[in-house]
Structure formats: structure tokens, C-alpha cells
Design a protein around this ligand. Structure first.
Ligand code: MG
Length: 264
């Protein structure tokens, strides 16, 4: 099931995608509330997808947890390009992005004037569905509501200059999410691809993740209480690169959808 958050006629609502395409194209079936907390009761209203504006499918109450260096080929390129080194982390390397960094599909990524090097990092994101604290790897995926696409936009020069990552990864608009949350995708070997102006820049597969999705949720829950709606970015494949004003960047996770943003 694919869950969207959308605006129509000036109102914001949640809905489920009806991909059946019965002549009139894909439709959104409106829900009575946020399905993470309110379930799947419907209002009886339906909207044509193209008549709605999709929004970030979730705005975490508390945090976006990110995993750094979780694809081997990206670990190598970071060492080569930035000196951010240390090899393959034995444990997931966690950092946070503020929820004020989130924007939705179609929104602008705004390059801050104080950075000369804003880069894309296309990633698979986990959306938490239930309070999770100290959960085991075996149980971890039961606390997941679904999955979406994310762009861990990074001011690489500030990340290197600061010696830690909060500012370089935390600017407003630096966490595009969407277009939908898929509650049951096949992620055994899904392609995670990032394109800039149609050109493929990053091309990885979820089977290449160093730390598994279940392990990441369990590991993060040892540090933080994960709340419903919290988001975990699972790391980026090799090929990170510059975003310049006027660019269009797309993050596609196979089976989930395409997250498209413009850069200003
Ligand atoms: Mg990242």
C-alpha cells in the first residue's frame, strides 16, 4: 500500500494510492487522518492524483536519524574526496537532521549562500510506526510503518570544515522526502538511483547495504526512543556530487517511486 500526504483545495489530507487506473488515471482515496496513528478509515472522497499536490509524506515529531557510510563504494569515495575517512564503520555511524530540513516532492532545495558545495545523497528512508526503544534486530521491522525516498542533501564544504555534520546536513530544505510511503515494498535488492537533470549519478542496490534495515532500526533504538513518524535515512551509494541552481534532482527507489526536486 502506498500512502501519500497531499494538499487539495487548500486542505491537507492523507490518502492511499489506488493504482488500478480505471480509465481516469491514478486516484487518491482520502483517509480520515494520519494512518500511522489513525489507521485506514476512509472519508469516501477520491481525488485524481494530478489534481493534488503531494507533500512530504511524513513530518517527524522528533527526529530524522541518518546512517553515514553504509555502502562500501561510498566509504571509499568519501575517503578519496574529502578526507572524511576511517574506513568501513564496524557499527552504524549515526547523526541527526532537524525536522525543519524536510521538504516534499517538487519543493525547492535551497543552496545556502555560505556553501560552495551542496551535494545530493539519494537514500532509502525508513518511517517508524510505533514507539521503539531497545528493540532486537529480530523484532525491529515490526516497528516500521513503511519506506520512502530521501535526499540527504549535504553542504560538503561545511561538513568537512566543522568536523561534525550537524550544520552541513541540517539546513532548511536539506531533507526532501517522498513521494509516498510504501508500507510493503520488496527491498531485498531494490535499485536506489539518483539522477541530476536526467543523468544517472548514483546507482546502488539495497542488497549492498553494509548494515541491514533491521539492524539499523535496532541499533538506533538502543540510543534514541524512536517515535511514530520518525524517519531513518539508511545511507547513500557512491556517486555523490554537486547540485547547482537550476538542476533537477531525482531519487528513485525501485518499487516506491521517484522523489523529484529542483535546486535554487
Ligand atoms: Mg547520507
Amino acid at each position: 500500500m502506498k500512502v501519500a500526504r497531499f494538499r487539495v483545495d487548500g486542505e491537507i489530507a492523507f490518502g492511499v494510492l489506488d493504482e488500478a487506473e480505471q480509465g481516469s488515471g491514478i486516484e487518491l482515496v482520502e483517509l480520515t487522518g494520519d494512518p500511522i496513528v489513525a489507521g485506514y478509515d476512509t472519508t469516501g472522497r477520491r481525488f485524481k492524483l494530478e489534481e493534488t499536490q503531494l507533500l512530504a509524506p511524513v513530518i517527524p515529531r522528533s527526529k530524522v536519524v541518518c546512517v553515514g557510510k553504509n555502502y562500501l563504494d561510498h566509504v571509499t569515495e568519501m575517503q578519496d574526496v574529502t578526507g572524511i575517512a576511517g574506513g568501513v564503520p564496524e557499527e552504524p555511524l549515526l547523526f541527526l537532521k532537524p525536522n525543519t530540513s524536510i521538504v516534499g516532492p517538487g519543493d525547492a532545495i535551497v543552496r545556502p549562500a555560505i556553501s560552495d558545495r551542496v551535494e545530493h545523497e539519494g537514500e532509502l528512508a525508513i518511517v517508524i510506526g510505533a514507539v521503539a526503544k531497545d528493540v532486537s534486530e529480530e523484532d525491529a521491522l515490526r516497528y516500521v510503518f513503511g519506506y520512502t525516498c530521501a535526499n540527504d542533501v549535504t553542504a560538503r564544504d561545511l561538513q568537512v570544515k566543522d568536523g561534525q555534520w550537524t550544520r552541513g546536513k541540517g539546513f532548511d530544505t536539506f531533507c526532501p522526502l517522498g513521494p509516498v510511503i510504501d508500507t510493503d515494498p520488496d527491498l531485498s535488492d531494490a535499485r536506489v538511483v539518483t539522477r541530476v537533470n536526467g543523468e544517472v549519478r548514483q546507482d546502488g542496490r539495497t542488497s549492498q547495504l553494509i548494515h541491514s534495515l533491521a539492524y539499523i532500526v535496532s541499533y538506533a533504538s538502543q540510543a534514541f526512543t524512536l517515535l511514530p513518524g520518525d524517519v531513518i535515512l539508511t545511507g547513500t551509494p557512491a556517486g555523490v556530487g554537486l547540485l547547482e541552481a537550476g538542476d533537477t534532482v531525482e531519487v528513485e527507489v525501485e518499487g516506491i517511486g521517484i522523489l523529484r526536486n529542483r535546486v535554487v
